[in-house]
Design a protein around this ligand. Structure first.
Ligand SMILES: Cc1ncc(COP(=O)(O)O)c(C=O)c1O
Length: 410
């Protein structure tokens, strides 16, 4: 158990008051007092810009009570269940007078702080209104004259926008072990392709593609086209063999790295994300940007980037949640990918719509279908207590023998 683990009492209270383990719907009537109690906590949450262990435990109690009261529990969009750091909330509350402002001057500070945190000069950074904005405009900057190459399935933002612009998109199916099929991607990287998308770890499959092979592909491909590496889940990776492709940007290659404030920083509602690339690439992308995060996004992100304690505690909690799900799915005899993200992807043996419906009846909102893996489910990692409740609910829903393991990429 980690030092910031909330008391066993709070866990028992949670399980009792939610009624989730008993398989019932959320018992909202019993929640209001615990939410009120949790919100009243007056422990110091932040010291010297870092969320304290005690502060995190209090924050966790409040978050769990809030999520329960909001029910069903959101496990569908890979958000950070803990939301923004107490330090980010404090910065926004203290800067509330900026509510009428556009992003400046906070965006300038954010650029500086982010550049420092990843070890590149400031002119290598661009701030966007969520990485979805980058995934759109990069097509305008680099995809319009040719074709786009992407693994499939993957995060849909870039290929979907390319198709809406009439750009031809080559979608290369994943290998049977759910890796990017780099050999086939290499073959499909003809002269007509001028933009390549790579997502590592990949969404929806949660896994990494083998590091050396991926890096070698990215580096080679960047000599023939612009390569965008989406590292939205970078901060959740615990596999020591993984490394970011950011060093390729530092080496001056045709590589754009996409990172987001929506995951480990819990700022999805504030639409704040980071682009790391050579200055001439940034100069080409910047005029195409149609918006930027507002002042609150900048304030929250600056505080959160500096609050390394909060990031570490969220990462640790995510690992605990992942392990709970791994044990539960393995016990059910189902196949799953090796998650290095804040979600898991596993075989259910039935159409995922059916699983979604049954889980919703038990109080959990889970991910949609990702064709061709129509009998696989994606569940985002919530708090460890929430994942214990999910693990207890799953056997009822998918407990029978697997119906098929073939035909859907298994
Ligand atoms: C791989 C990947 N990239 C980008 C995004 C979009 O993130 P943002 O909130 O920064 O637009 C997501 C969201 O789930 C994602 O999974």
């Amino acid at each position: 158990m980690t030092p910031f683990t909330p008391s066993a009492v709070s866990r028992r209270q949670w399980l009792r008051s939610s009624g989730l383990v008993a398989g019932g719907a959320i018992a909202t009537g019993s929640l209001t007092p615990s939410l009120a109690q949790a919100m009243e906590s007056d422990v110091p949450h932040v010291e010297h810009g870092q969320t304290t262990a005690v502060g995190f435990a209090a924050h966790e109690r409040m978050i769990e009570a809030m999520r329960r009261a909001d029910g069903p529990i959101r496990l569908a969009s890979n958000e950070n269940p803990y939301g923004m750091a107490p330090s980010a909330r404090k910065a926004i509350e203290e800067g509330w007078k900026q509510h009428a402002w556009y992003g400046a001057p906070g965006i300038t500070t954010l650029k500086k702080v982010y550049a420092q945190s990843v070890g590149v000069p400031e002119d290598h950074i661009m701030i966007v209104a969520g990485s979805s904005e980058l995934l759109s405009i990069v097509n305008l900057a680099y995809g319009m004259k040719g074709e786009v190459l992407t693994p499939w399935p993957t995060y849909e933002g870039l290929p979907r926008y390319a198709e809406s612009l009439g750009i031809k998109v080559h979608k290369v199916p994943l290998t049977p072990d759910f890796s990017h099929d780099l050999q086939t991607m290499d073959k499909r990287l003809t002269q007509a392709v001028d933009l390549v998308f790579v997502c590592n770890p990949n969404n929806p499959t949660a896994n990494l593609t083998e590091n050396r092979a991926l890096r070698s592909f990215v580096s080679n491909a960047s000599r023939r086209a612009m390569v965008l590496v989406d590292e939205a889940y970078h901060d959740f990776v615990s596999d020591p063999s993984y490394s970011s492709c950011i060093d390729m940007v530092k080496a001056g290659e045709n590589v754009i790295i996409s990172r987001t404030g929506s995951k480990i920083h819990g700022l999805a509602a504030l639409r704040t994300a980071f682009v790391i690339a050579r200055p001439d690439i940034i100069a080409r992308l910047q005029p195409l940007s149609t918006s930027a995060p507002g002042a609150f996004g900048a304030l929250g992100a600056v505080a959160s980037i500096q609050d390394t304690a909060y990031q570490a505690m969220c990462k640790q909690r995510n690992i605990e949640g992942r392990d709970i799900m791994k044990a539960a799915i393995t016990k059910l005899g189902r196949k799953m990918t090796e998650s290095q993200t804040n979600f898991v992807f596993f075989h259910t043996g039935m159409p995922v719509e059916q699983v979604q419906k049954a889980m919703l009846a038990k109080g959990f909102m889970i991910g949609r279908a990702f064709p061709p893996y129509n009998d696989w489910a994606r569940i985002s990692i919530g708090t460890p207590d929430e994942m214990r409740a999910v693990a207890a609910a799953l056997p009822d829903v998918i407990g029978g023998a697997p119906k098929s393991l073939g035909g859907s990429g298994a």
